[in-house]
Write a protein that binds this ligand. Structure first.
Ligand code: B3K
Ligand code: ZN
Length: 855
């Protein structure tokens, strides 16, 4: 397959200021009539090229005249029409079949609905068009359909007209006054019920809000509606951004390749990010709904009003929008806990990506298939870049810069460079070296050595940075790394102020005066830079920080590092002091000043995957054994505490208040340690929680705890859960996911059996992710020494590629991490990738991921 390069960018040959689309909708045969007004862009004699994917023109007209078959050509899928004038009207007619569209790109059917997904390149599966984000058009959309089957007809923008037709049919017309790239086009037709509400904007305009779902799901839409209104108000208050249309609609669909899509005025969502009620959604699910609703809403400015010039600029909208949704969620809940969660996700997904064969810069240089670049690097590392700029500028100047960015690029297709320049201008700062964050892949390593001279009372902090080589980038330049640090006086337990140090050289030292005794280093506070920090801090220093650091992230980090050191020591066969960890956990868990949600985050052991990341060669079995043993020791040593917490956090009635959510989080950790202790009654207590819970947060946590062991309660709980939720797809996903993610010696076999379960299907991406996505993230099980885990995932990729290549390609990266494992495992992982690559007719999506993974 061809490789697309960033530096090959050329402005479009033809612009399309206006497009009128007419859909005659039908599940098996939809007619699409498109009328494009086109204008030659610049002086050239190149023909009009309209991309198509799987389309055959039924008719092509130019300025009202039907062209003969010799007057146009198909080049690959692209329709090529030579034209003489400066501007023309070009019409095409095609037919598409939504119900056989299993890729879920373009116009497809999902549970009786017809809906679209165009980003990145799905519009070309609907009609012929210059499918690139820098061609912005005003859309008019007419839809016609059977009225009983598709009573609701929605598209972008505002509804303008509708009417009935003979034969039980009806029609509707929508127009979107804002020029937009075709990836933001959307329509939905179906039998949907609406949760209708309204929002009055800061300038007093009334917006009609609608969340459209199946009738039976209406009671589960309240949280999403609240999140939408909160997001609208937040973007006005924090960024001064007002909504710009008279309606804002969201539709939930069951079959969706990712989380949701920000189509102008008509967001389309994976139903898992809309539907929530206490019976079926965990607190994490509730937070997911809030975060994704906000994310898609925020795209209205960061993405839609200002869009991307080309797909290499994807992080322009995604990194910025993730930063915005993270800040919003922090404001809605706890800043400390949100930062911890976000860093955990970054480390689990992005650091792994950045250290493997698929590492790429936040602004990539090339791709084969753009769908493969909706990555943790573009999204989450991209958000960290914005966060660092905000930190360096300070909020006021950052806000002035975002205002400048929005004002100067409104209605345009912009670049990451445009954003950085707005930060420079609005913030009065030079970001020349900072731009390397967009160019260089790989996670920087920072070594921090603090020394102290009692004679002069001087502390010296030596910082050294190194960016590891990544594919295509063997040598790296030093980056500009903002490091928030504080030096603690161990006697008083206080520091003299938080400082922002800019590390800009490979090696740099910073002096601090006035320390009669050696201070303790708190570094990368708030996780100010997305780097890996190594320090010369002792376990005693870390224990001190875990009790005293006033930066919640640094406090959490100290505790995690304390645990990591013990676990890695234990794996390496060293004598380690587990009691320090146990004491620190006890002190944290019994500190009445602390937020229970923060406590729960902090006393949790680092994941097996994170421990693997700390080792030169990942040893999944040794990691599991060490972590399991420490968990048991913590459970045993503090058993009365776990019993107390578990009993003391039981609520009388369900609430979504931060306090209630925090209590549930802590309760679940306590249950987990209690069961891990091996206490005789552990499984009964877990089963009782499972049975009595009035909410899914406690029920699923109890199920997950039981799923790790081999008790009678395990089987009983799984059966009950299945029977209770078998007809609720989103909740049944949890049944698959919990088993695939369990620490159970037979997980590989269980997953193989679940694949044959009557409720498993490759046609639904959520179901696939619940089983295989979760399994591939279960380090101990996936990397089972038999290699069976690799075989299962490779089989799934091969089968799924024929149905849905985009979702299949998402399962490849776990196999690509073979360099991190012992030779026996690495050989089996490579063999699995080779088997995938040998498959005839493999998609471009999987080909790119699998071949890069073997390089
Ligand atoms: N912009 C979409 C992602 C589309 C993914 C296409 N492969 C959702 C989001 O990031 O908001
Ligand atoms: Zn996004």
């Amino acid at each position: 397959p061809a490789i697309i390069r960033r530096l090959d960018y050329r402005p479009p040959d033809w612009l399309v200021p206006d497009i009128a689309l007419d859909f005659d909708l039908d599940a098996s045969a939809t007619q699409v009539h498109a009328v494009l007004s086109i204008v030659r862009n610049g002086t050239h004699d190149r023909p009009l090229r309209l991309e198509g994917d799987g389309l055959l023109p039924v008719e092509v007209k130019v300025d009202g005249r039907t062209l003969g078959p010799e007057e146009w050509a198909l080049d690959g899928g692209t329709l090529v029409v030579p034209l003489n004038g400066q501007s023309h009207q070009v019409e095409t007619r095609v037919e598409v079949a939504p119900d056989s569209n299993s890729k879920l790109m373009g116009l497809y059917a999902s549970g009786g609905l017809l809906c679209t997904q165009c980003e990145a390149e799905g519009f070309r599966r609907i009609t012929f068009f210059p499918d690139r984000p820098d061609v912005l058009s005003r859309y008019t959309v007419r839809m016609e359909a059977d009225k009983s089957r598709y009573p609701v007809l929605l598209a972008n923008g505002d509804p303008v007209e509708k009417g009935d037709l003979p034969g039980g049919r009806h029609w509707a017309r929508w127009t979107d006054p804002f020029p937009k790239p075709c990836y933001l086009f959307a329509l939905v037709a179906g039998d949907l019920a609406c949760n209708a509400d309204r929002f009055v904007t800061m300038s007093g305009r009334e917006v009609a809000l609608g969340i459209w779902v199946r009738e039976a799901d209406l009671p589960r839409t309240a949280h999403a509606m609240k999140a939408l209104k909160d997001s609208m108000a937040w973007d006005e208050r924090v960024y001064g951004r007002e909504y710009d249309l008279d309606v804002f609609n969201i539709v939930a669909v069951a079959d969706f390749n990712f989380g949701a899509m920000e189509n102008k005025g008509l967001n389309i969502f994976n139903s898992r990010y809309i539907l929530a009620d206490p019976e079926t959604a965990t607190d994490l699910d509730y937070d997911g709904v809030e975060g994704v609703v906000a994310h898609e809403y925020f795209h209205n400015w960061s993405g839609n009003r200002v869009t991307c010039r080309d797909w290499f600029q994807l992080s322009l909208k995604e990194g910025f929008t993730v930063f915005r949704d993270q800040s919003f969620s922090a404001d809605m809940g706890s800043h400390a806990v949100k930062r911890i969660e976000d860093v955990r996700i970054l480390r689990a997904a992005q650091f792994q990506e950045d250290s493997g064969p698929l590492a790429h810069p936040v602004r990539p240089e090339s791709y084969m298939e753009i769908s493969n670049f909706y990555t943790a690097t573009i999204y989450n590392k991209g958000a960290e870049l914005i966060r660092m700029m905000a930190l360096m500028l300070g909020w006021e100047r950052f806000r002035a810069s975002t205002d400048l960015y929005f004002e100067s690029h409104d209605g345009q297709a912009a670049t990451c460079e445009d954003f950085v320049r707005a930060m420079e201008e609005g913030g009065g700062i030079d970001l020349s070296q900072f731009r390397l964050w967009y160019e260089q892949a790989g996670t920087p390593h920072v070594r921090a050595m603090l020394s102290h001279d009692p004679a002069t009372g001087t502390a010296e902090l030596l910082l050294e940075q190194a960016v590891p080589p990544t594919p295509g980038q063997p040598d790296k330049k030093p980056m500009a790394i903002p490091m928030r640090v504080a030096l603690f006086d161990p006697a008083s337990g206080r520091h003299q102020g938080d400082q922002l140090l800019m590390l800009t050289q490979a090696k740099q030292s910073f002096r601090f005066e006035g320390f009669s005794s050696a201070p303790i280093l708190s570094i990368n506070r708030g996780f100010s830079a997305p780097v890996i920090v190594e320090t010369n801090r002792s376990q005693a220093d870390l224990a001190f920080l875990s009790a005293h650091d006033d930066d919640p992230f640094a406090r959490y980090e100290a505790m995690q590092q304390l645990m990591v050191n013990v676990l890695i020591g234990r794996i390496g066969g060293q004598a380690v002091d587990e009691d320090a960890v146990i004491a620190a956990i006890r002190d944290t868990a019994t500190d009445p000043q602390l937020d229970p949600a923060f406590v729960a985050e902090t006393i949790r052991l680092p994941s097996e995957a994170y421990l693997g990341d700390q080792m030169p060669v990942v040893d999944p079995d040794a990691i599991h054994a060490a972590r399991d043993a420490l968990q048991q020791r913590i459970g045993e040593a503090l058993e009365p505490l776990w019993r107390d917490i578990h009993a003391g956090t039981k609520a009388n009635a369900f609430s979504l208040s931060p306090a209630a959510k925090g209590a549930r989080k802590l309760r679940n950790i306590a249950l987990h340690y209690l069961v891990a202790s091996g206490a005789q009654d552990g499984p009964q207590i877990a089963f009782a929680q499972f049975h009595e819970a009035d909410n899914m947060t406690e029920r699923q946590a109890a199920l997950a705890t039981l799923a790790n062991g081999a008790s009678d309660e395990r089987e009983a709980a799984l059966d009950i859960f299945y029977n209770r939720y078998r007809d609720d797809a989103l909740t049944l996903d949890k049944w698959f996911q919990t088993q695939a993610f369990a620490f159970h010696p037979n997980t590989v076999q269980l997953v193989a059996d679940l694949r044959e379960h009557k409720d498993f299907t490759l046609a639904n991406p959520n179901r696939v992710r619940s089983l295989f996505g979760a399994f591939a993230g279960n380090q101990w099980a996936f990397h089972h020494r038999s290699g069976e885990g690799y075989r299962l995932v490779a089989d799934c990729i091969i089968a799924l590629d024929k149905i849905n290549p985009q979702t299949a390609a998402r399962l490849v990266p776990p196999l690509g991490r073979w360099r991190r494992f012992d030779e026996a495992r690495a050989a089996m992982m490579r063999a699995a990738l080779q088997r995938v690559l040998a498959e005839p007719g493999l998609s471009r999506d999987v080909t790119e991921q699998a071949s890069k993974s073997l390089e």
